[in-house]
Design a protein around this ligand. Sequence first.
Ligand code: ATP
Length: 218
Amino acid sequence: MSAPAARGKKRMGEGPQKRIGVFGGSFDPPHKAHVALAEAAVEQLELAALYIVPTGQAWHKARVLSAPEHRLAMTQLAFADLPGVVVDDRELRREGPSFTIDTLEALQADHPGAQIYLIIGADQFAALENWHRWEDILDIAIICIANRVHPERANPGFDPASRARHAVLTLHLPLMAVSATNIRRQIGSGDADPEEIAQLVSEPVARYIERHRLYLSR
Ligand code: ATP
């Protein structure tokens, strides 16, 4: 994909607009599709920085997530080798529900004048109307979607793209069937082959899961 907006020539005292990416998730655990997606976003959107933001207790996920310290540690391991990526724990430190709009507004304040890109999977985008202050999200950020195998459509009549102030972009990325739910199920079933798990998450994340005996009782 070409860059979404041409970068202007630098004039005195003026540079091209800085681009900041935000990629949130429960990362329970972070898997290889997350990493591929982050890598594609940094490259294709020419981001100055991509903030990876593990959610606190996500208001839209009924399941109780693994402890914040485990998800943060695994996220740091998963993304450690990606240049331009910053793992940001602000939602884990925040009291109360984890709302994306709060994070976007905080990052906007930290980077005045920057254009924010919100990177999300197609499943999350389809359910955007359930997000807290979703219209404000569409105002602040350019949405950049990663296609997903069988994205669920909560409301087939709802097309958030038609409400967006900016064009909605799509990341160029092969479809990847991996999901954290399946990884947890595989480990919880008790007969997961460690080598198979290491195909779905990075080696250091696989070792972390094993060492801390995560997901065994699900
Ligand atoms: P779970 O199965 O627990 O719901 P998940 O695999 O969807 O987890 P999340 O941490 O919830 O992982 O995802 C963070 C973001 O990454 C979401 O926007 C999600 O849509 C996106 N995402 C996750 N897996 C994929 C994938 N295989 N392809 C494209 N996008 C993905």
